[in-house]
Design a protein around this ligand. Sequence first.
Ligand SMILES: Cc1ncc(COP(=O)(O)O)c(C=O)c1O
Length: 485
Amino acid sequence: MEQQTFSSYVQERYHRASEGPLTDFLSRRNGHLYLGDHVNLNHLAHQYGTPLEVVYYPQITRQIQQMVAWADQARWHTRYRGTFVYAYATKANFTADVVQTALAAGSHYETSAAADVEIARHLWRKGLLPPDRLVCCSGSKEPAYLEAIYRLSQDGCSNVVPIIDDLDEWREWQSSPLPLQLGVRERAVGNRDGRRPGNDRFGLTHEEMTHIVEQVTESDHRLVLYHAMVGSQIENSDYFLDMLRESVVSYCQMRQRVPTLRYFDFGGGMPASGYRMDFSFDYPRFLARLMDIIQQTCDTFQVPVPDLVGEFGRYTVANHHLYLFKVGRVKAGQPDEPDWYLINGSLMVTMPDMVLVPNQQFVVLPLDHWEAPVRRVRLAGRRTCDSDDIYPRSPQEPLLLPNTGEGLVLAVCGTGAYQQMLSGIGGAHHCLSPEPQRIVIKEMDGQPVFHAVPQQDQASIMRLLGYQPERIMVPIHQPGHRKAS
Ligand SMILES: Cc1ncc(COP(=O)(O)O)c(C=O)c1O
């Protein structure tokens, strides 16, 4: 029987030809793999070597523009009377270039912490956060977070919207002399069906929201936003919409009492395509169905249609970033078990979600040898000696990759959201695995501009750990102190 090649496997399993688009951000032409249809990953691996981190900012712009276009399309189809507000959830990736790229593409801003608001303030002062953008502040707020919001508002950023997470926060704002636009976060939607324990720690109960509604009209503040977030990476649109239906009803009931209310914010959850080759989600249809639900419910309750806000984390940034690793050694697996492809990096350091999130997947593709027969393998990091540093982890199925073994270069994709934030940038990582060389690609006048950042050096890691690398790494030569022979 003819052996299955990687090409035929991709064809059978994912119904993709070996030439042409593979996902909405990866394609293959003339035997080379491309990111965003522009960045030739084979050339990068050849020119810069591996391991290599590839960062492609134009993909972020594309993601945002695409979603805004889909929303326009959905508004047109449904004759939705509200606007659509795309906010970037900066917690997914705080890197300055990422946030500034999102803002330049027209994105609004969602914060999760005090330092996050300080970044917004810095951007505000530099004129990079334009005054027409909402700054939605989510999460439980410690004093530093409250103060940072207050400072941003005092600096003249009038579109900052703290989203009240508990009654203590409401009392803080009540006593603030600065009139604010406020939001309320619904608690019930986080775990309406009991399948998402942990998600219901955010936000307010129905009674707590009623309490705020009763008091807010007596204050100088305006309640403008209703927040209802289901969860993250929700790929089942029926489920997503079912969870939101009741929240839309609650919005309408509140709108009957609070005429200043004008935004319905469904938070995060919009799925990113970067984790599975067989991902499919009909974004424009999801938006159109949500708009229909909102419009019909608003008509029933005879209230105006809200402006629709989404806070896009993963969707914005997951696909602009990937790693290239080389297989440096192959080890046979136990009998009937897949073999090990040992790579020149650490999987758990570069994509920590693979250990944190049950069944988390990432797209892994070889740069070459698509016509070679496949073998079942698991990847393991050579730069840690940690038994968890393997991907995919059992009970997930092993990968099928070309059987060429050592020298095979693999692209591990979809790593742009949360992974660097969880692992940290520039720190001392597990087993002191150094951060790989990074190639940052921006676009200027339509042309890609490449910038290389060297691999993290050992001396800086040692210094972070309190060592004095000069003394450790350079042998001390003391003239006159030779050992007598
Ligand atoms: C309040 C809020 N909004 C938005 C997001 C972003 O979610 P996602 O990455 O699923 O888009 C999160 C993520 O935790 C969140 O907590």
